[in-house]
Design a protein around this ligand. Structure first.
Ligand code: GNR
Ligand code: NI
Length: 177
C-alpha cells in the first residue's frame, strides 16, 4: 500500500507554493521512494510532492512503457524553452478529466538528482509536458488553470459534488453467531 493519499482539486493545499529542499539527505531519499510508489500505484506518469501534501520542491516522473525508468528532480528550474505544443492532459489530482493544454515544446531543466548532484536535462514530447505539469504543481498551479474559467468551474463543481457523495465503500458483512 502506498504511504500517501493524493489531494484532489479544489483542495486549497494544492495551491501552496512548495519550498526548496536545502539538504538532499536520507529523509529526501525516503520521500522520493514514497512518491515513486504512490505514482506507480495510482498509476500516473508523474507526481509532485505538493500532491501528497509535502510542500517541498521534489517531483518524480516515469514515462516509460515498462515503468522502469524513474526520473527524480529536486529544486527543478526551466532554464530555457522553445516552441509550443498542444497535448491532452490529465492529473491524478483532477481525476476523470482531460483537456488540451498548450505548453513549451522543448525545455532545458536544471535540478538536483536524488543523490544531491546537479543534473541538466533536455526534454521534448511527453517528457517536456510532464516536467512542466509537475513544476506547475510545485508552484500551486494545476492544468485546469490553463483552460477556460468556464471549463474549470464545471470540473470543480463535479469534483466537489463527488467529494460530498463519495462512491460507497462496500462493507464486509460479519454474521453474528
Ligand atoms: O498521469 C499523468 N498523466 C499525464 C498526462 C498528460 C499530461 C500530464 C500528465 S501528469 C499525470 C500525473 C499527474 O497528475 N502528475 O502531477
Ligand atoms: Ni498532476
Amino acid at each position: 500500500m502506498p504511504k500517501f493519499d493524493i489531494l484532489t482539486f479544489p483542495d486549497p493545499r494544492l495551491r501552496k507554493k512548495a519550498r526548496p529542499v536545502e539538504q538532499v539527505d536520507a529523509s529526501i531519499g525516503r520521500l522520493v521512494d514514497d512518491l515513486l510508489e504512490t505514482m506507480y500505484a495510482a498509476p500516473g506518469v508523474g507526481l509532485a510532492a505538493t500532491q501528497v501534501n509535502v510542500p517541498l520542491r521534489v517531483l518524480v516522473i516515469d514515462i516509460s512503457e515498462e515503468r522502469d525508468n524513474p526520473v527524480c528532480l529536486i529544486n527543478p528550474t526551466i532554464v530555457s524553452s522553445a516552441g509550443a505544443e498542444q497535448m491532452e492532459e490529465g492529473c491524478l489530482s483532477v481525476p476523470g478529466f482531460f483537456e488540451m493544454v498548450t505548453r513549451s515544446e522543448r525545455i532545458r531543466v536544471e535540478a538536483l538528482d536524488r543523490n544531491g548532484d546537479p543534473l541538466s536535462l533536455d526534454a521534448d514530447g511527453l517528457l517536456a509536458v510532464c516536467i512542466q505539469h509537475e513544476i506547475d504543481h510545485l508552484d500551486g498551479k494545476l492544468f485546469v488553470d490553463h483552460i477556460s474559467a468556464l471549463k474549470r468551474q464545471r470540473i470543480r463543481r463535479k469534483l466537489e459534488k463527488e467529494q460530498r457523495h463519495p462512491a460507497p465503500v462496500v462493507q464486509q458483512r460479519r454474521d453474528v453467531i
